[in-house]
Design a protein around this ligand. Structure first.
Ligand code: G3H
Ligand code: 13P
Ligand code: ZN
Length: 320
């Protein structure tokens, strides 16, 4: 058992309390490799923003859980080396079982998500409560989820959104003891969030209704990439084939961040930025074969994207 406290990490409690009072949200960026992690830390140090490093089950399989843990531990030192000691959370994204959450807690994670959103309500409550009881013994914070996002989530795919029912949130939060709640209000994972012709709009009315039922309680938005069209155009210019990729307009996320939304998850936009930069190098310099020559520009583009998110979408700059 390794405590996240010995690794210099923090749980999400205090940063969410401050975000709630300050009307901003904490960025939750996924990472799977060194370049993504470097870009996240550089961007958040330069903007003086707290950050949540997210690891999915897929990331654990891809990069190895031990390596990811040491990378996160290294990130704490790396941030200090860059000149600023920002609060860093290591969070399990979309945990699907008690065992996985327990294993991550034992590995030094400071926060876990137990995603029982696909289960019947009572089973979601029971599973979430079990994780909370274990996690809280170690002062690890827990995110639960109510409502189902459309698209593919945890290998389960849903055609339509099942929006979170505001009338359930108070009961769920009090029965489970969770520290934050992910909700479904029209966001979805990936780069194809709306069909062409559909108005890209999230249901802020549901968010505000939820906020009324559980005032001051930290809300989380998954699936919050905006799919920047200039980046999509760059990917396609350099040989990509992305068609009809549409995301959540940034001004809607900014509005959400001013309310009870304390954590906004962004992964796909980073994937797009890296892909655009790598494709550009491959087309413009076809003789290049040093990975540093294409992963370096990818890292730089990612960092710019993250800085933009922190300053213009989340509003978490200068809050570390
Ligand atoms: O919610 C999904 C995140 O974007 C992580 O994606 O499961 O492919 O690592 P992944
Ligand atoms: P995006 O696919 O919109 O980036 O969402 C990421 C996410 O919710 C990770 O949990
Ligand atoms: Zn998610």
């Amino acid at each position: 058992m390794i405590s996240y406290k010995d690794l210099g990490l923090v749980n999400s409690r205090e940063i969410f309390t401050k975000a709630m009072k300050g009307g901003y949200a904490i960025p939750a960026f996924n990472f799977n490799n060194m370049e993504q992690l470097q870009a996240i830390i550089q961007a958040c140090v330069e903007t003086r923003s707290p950050v949540i490093l997210q690891v999915s089950s897929g990331a654990r399989k891809y990069a190895n859980q031990t390596l990811l843990r040491y990378m996160a531990q290294g990130a704490v030192e790396y941030a200090k080396e860059l000149g600023y000691n920002i609060p860093i959370v290591l969070h399990l994204d979309h945990g699907d079982s008690f065992e996985l959450c327990k294993s991550c807690i034992e590995y030094g994670f400071s926060s876990v998500m137990i995603d029982g959103s696909h289960l019947p309500y009572d089973e979601n409550v029971a599973l979430t409560r079990r994780v909370v009881e274990y996690a809280h013994k170690y002062d690890v914070t827990v995110e639960g989820e109510l409502g189902v996002l459309a698209g593919v989530e945890d290998d389960v795919s849903a055609e339509e959104h099942t929006y979170t029912r505001p009338e359930e949130v108070q009961d769920f939060v009090s029965k489970t003891g969770v520290d934050s709640l992910a909700i479904s209000i029209g966001t979805s994972h990936g780069a194809f969030k709306f069909k062409p012709g559909q108005k890209p709009e999230i249901r802020l009315d549901i968010l505000y209704e939820i906020e009324k039922r559980i005032p001051g309680f930290p809300i989380v938005l998954h699936g919050s990439s905006s799919v920047p069209q200039d980046i999509v155009a760059e990917i396609n210019k350099y040989g990509g084939a992305l068609k009809d990729s549409i995301g959540i307009p940034e001004e809607q996320l900014r509005k959400a961040a001013r309310s009870a939304v304390c954590k906004i998850n962004i992964d796909s936009d980073g994937r797009l930025a890296m892909t655009a930069a790598v494709r550009k190098v491959f087309v413009e310099k076809p003789a290049e074969f040093d990975p540093r020559k294409y992963l370096g520009p990818a890292r730089d583009k990612l960092k710019e994207l993250y800085k933009h998110k922190v300053i213009n979408v989340l509003g978490s700059n200068d809050k570390a």
